[in-house]
Design a protein around this ligand. Structure first.
Ligand SMILES: [Fe+2]
Ligand SMILES: [Fe+2]
Length: 172
């Protein structure tokens, strides 16, 4: 068994092989390194520009809102599979929020509960809408970032949210 560390969320995965995606934040395997080669972005002191600060704040708001919406959807889902899937999505989005708090050196804000539909299909459509919005703004934020680790963060996040769209489309 080995220790693998995600360069985006900084969490350690203990396993026999490198996972294809980070089990915690969903970052792709190119961001996962063997322990001794790792230097996660949250471990790199960075002077964050005003623009990136604003973009990270918007990201934090979006991620915690997504977390609460997916928890609502997990509660309404008709099958165990969908409940488990939405719970995991909620955890992944919370992990994204946690990375932002570490990059900005701030506390995790309180998370307000959110509403969602009783209908799974309606929730799938809402999920795709949220993830498409996230993908678009993270792509913009990545281009705007002048700090290497912030650019890497938004690039990785954009890929993860895109994966979520693919995941949900399988259910439609
Ligand atoms: Fe990760
Ligand atoms: Fe996210």
């Amino acid at each position: 068994m080995k220790t693998y560390i995600c360069q985006i969320c900084g969490d350690a995965y203990l396993g026999h092989e490198k996972p294809t995606d980070c089990p915690f934040c969903g970052a792709h395997d190119n961001f996962i390194k063997e322990g001794k080669e790792s230097n996660p972005i949250i471990n790199q002191p960075t002077d964050i520009s005003e623009l990136s600060k604003k973009n990270l704040e918007e990201t934090l708001a979006l991620e915690i809102r997504a977390n609460a919406i997916y928890l609502c959807m997990a509660g309404k889902a008709d099958t165990y599979e969908l409940k488990a899937m939405y719970k995991r999505l909620a955890k992944v989005e919370l992990e994204h929020a946690a990375v932002v708090t570490k990059l900005m050196n701030i506390q995790m804000p309180e998370i307000a509960p959110q509403e969602c539909s009783e209908d799974d299909v309606e929730n799938f459509r809402k999920t795709i809408e949220l993830e498409e919005h996230a993908t678009d703004i993270y792509s913009k934020f990545a281009k705007e970032a002048t700090e290497a680790n912030i650019r890497i963060f938004f690039t990785a996040l954009m890929q993860v949210e895109k994966d979520h769209i693919e995941l949900i489309k399988n259910y439609l």
